[in-house]
Write a protein that binds this ligand. Structure first.
Ligand code: NAD
Length: 299
């Protein structure tokens, strides 16, 4: 028997359609168009692709997309000034600085300069604190997308044992918080965890957010578990031709799908949900900044 494939692409399209409709409601009721500003430093090819896709999907959702580019050797001060400018610009509701930034810039300093209310990446310590306290705030996009897929797949999560492998501020910790909020019993594993395989085997929901290709093997998965693979690893794929590459997750997909009841593929699983959740955060931020109840938008 084979597990069900959780279709992140389809879920993301549905979510973006609902966001577009709510954005239209915001425009017609209040005459407000959400604005998302993305700042890119340098010209890392992968970041260029992410930023381009974000711009396209932002416009498709009926929002204003603003793009700002700084040279690779721009000073940190220059970038922080740009962020301050966007903080003070009323037409900008969400600010995202595309990471990674060049080594001479402090990622943490940048995160802390963005106004928490415009921090659509959800990385500001104020927003991390809200999430840890079970309060409303901006939730990081990829974990939010992963949690939406889990809810969509399983419905009620109360009492289930969720094992999250990875404890980064960007992915592992926020996913753990979101699952805790859903009344899961949550175990967080990391590079120093002993008995990783045994812990994974006890998971009803197994989330992998590590960055090691196919770390989680078929015999680490409990029969009937839901497996969420956040990992994105680019590997050489000589079988596809010279110089070709392929994406794989942190889970041995072909093995795990035989054991799991449902599983996200890579690509096409959690990945597509990230930009959709960025747009959702932009809409939520716009409402919060204008004292509008989000529920009024019929989302
Ligand atoms: P990170 O490097 O910041 O964190 C990795 C975590 O894995 C750490 O907490 C570390 O303790 C843990 N770890 C490392 N080796 C381990 C081991 N052998 N056993 C158990 N745990 C181990 O990475 P991140 O930013 O959290 O990203 C994780 C993965 O998710 C990466 O593959 C990344 O590309 C992917 N990612 C995807 C999206 C998306 O879908 N849009 C977004 C962000 C990250």
């Amino acid at each position: 028997m084979s597990g069900t494939i959780i279709d992140g692409k389809k879920n993301a399209i549905d979510l973006r359609r609902r966001i577009k409709s709510a954005t239209n409601n915001l425009k017609s009721k209040y005459g407000i168009t959400p604005g998302l500003a993305v700042v890119l430093v340098g010209n890392d090819p992968a970041s260029e692709i992410y930023v381009r896709n974000k711009g396209i999907q932002t416009k498709e959702a009926g929002m204003e997309s603003l793009e700002f580019r700084l040279a690779e050797d721009a000073s940190e001060d220059n970038l922080l000034k740009k962020v301050e400018e966007l903080n003070n610009d009323n037409s900008v509701n969400g600010i995202l600085v595309q990471f990674p930034v060049p080594k001479h810039m402090s990622q943490q300093k940048i995160i802390e300069t963005i106004l928490p209310l415009k921090d659509v990446d959800g990385l500001h310590p104020v927003n991390a604190g809200y999430l840890a306290s079970g309060l409303k705030g901006m939730v990081p996009c990829t974990p939010q997308g992963a949690a939406l897929l889990i809810k969509e797949t399983l419905g009620e999560l109360s009492g289930l044992h969720a094992v999250v492998v990875g404890r980064s501020n960007l992915v592992g910790k926020p996913i753990a918080q979101l699952l805790l909020k859903e009344n899961c019993t949550v175990t967080i594993c990391h590079s120093r965890t002993k008995d990783l395989k045994e812990t994974c085997l006890s998971a009803d929901i197994l989330v992998a957010a590590v960055g090691i290709p196919e770390l989680i093997k078929e015999d680490w998965v409990k029969p009937g578990a839901t497996v969420i693979d956040v990992g994105i690893n680019r590997l050489d794929a000589p079988e596809k031709g010279p110089g070709k590459t392929k994406l794989v997750g942190d889970v041995d997909y072909n093995g795990a799908i035989k054991i799991a009841s449902s599983i996200t593929p890579v690509p096409g699983g959690v990945g597509p949900m990230t930009i959709a959740c960025l747009l959702l955060n932009t809409l939520i931020a716009t409402c919060a900044q204008n004292n509008i109840e989000f529920s009024e938008l019929g989302f």
